[in-house]
Design a binder for this molecule. Structure first.
Ligand code: FMN
Length: 209
């Protein structure tokens, strides 16, 4: 399948059959998530990878009992940083300097520009900004899963406070905003398995100049 055929094949899977996906395929999807671009490259979020059935069990009631939580093979939970601060920027500058072999001083202006943005933004605006970055990673993970012929469900139908509590995210300075369940479709149980894709016509979606 080419990329567009993979995107046509995928759908937000409502029922999965519990079959495990291979480590190799999971790794490819995580590679794509890691390669996601972000504003300034800061990547102001973490991605929690849940494969433990006991944790999925605990998460289920906080996710409106959606069956994909338990039926998935792996659950990626995208959690933006709650308090983005200068230390995050300094760590990132250090990563750039060591990865590219350039002196830290060469990055002073870039670091100060990022610090200027974060220190002049209200905490709630920063959370929205960090969440946007996390949603791009969700999109990359979704697309990568399709390429790997792994079924998936993007999810924001959950109670963040409950999910944060189960995973101890508050203590890590994180708060969950969206998830990606990965696994294999249970076609006979899934009313959407053979449903036609509904998308707004290109003529209505795209505004051309
Ligand atoms: C950010 C986001 C959150 C979603 N949350 C849920 C969810 O909690 N549960 C669910 O079953 N589907 C969820 N969906 C799936 C959408 O309903 C679905 O992607 C949309 O109807 C388009 O259908 P398709 O993905 O099958 O092509 C979500 C999708 C996105 C992008």
């Amino acid at each position: 399948m080419n990329f567009i055929e993979s995107l046509e094949w995928r759908y937000a899977t409502k029922r999965m059959n519990g079959e495990q996906i291979s480590d190799e395929k999971l790794q490819h999807i995580l590679d794509a998530v890691q390669l996601t671009p972000s504003s300034f490259g800061l990547t102001p979020y973490n991605v929690i990878v849940v494969q433990d059935p006991a944790i999925k069990e605990k998460l289920t009631p906080h996710c409106f009992n959606q069956p994909q939580i338990k039926e998935s093979s792996a659950l990626l939970i995208f959690a933006p940083w709650k308090n983005i601060n200068d230390a995050h920027v300094d760590t990132y500058m250090h990563e750039i300097a060591t990865t590219r072999g350039i002196p830290a001083e060469a990055l002073t202006d870039f670091g100060n520009m990022i610090k200027g943005k974060i220190n002049s933004s209200a905490p709630e605006d920063l959370h929205v900004w960090a969440s946007k970055q996390a949603y791009i990673a969700l999109g990359f993970g979704l697309a990568a899963a399709a390429v790997e012929a792994i079924d998936s469900t993007p999810m924001e139908g959950f109670n963040p406070a409950g999910v944060n509590e189960v995973l101890g995210l508050e203590a890590k300075g994180l708060s969950a905003v969206c998830m990606l369940a990965l696994g294999y479709r249970d076609a006979p149980q899934d009313y959407l398995a053979n449903a036609k894709k509904v998308r707004r016509d290109k003529e209505k979606l795209f505004i051309k100049y």
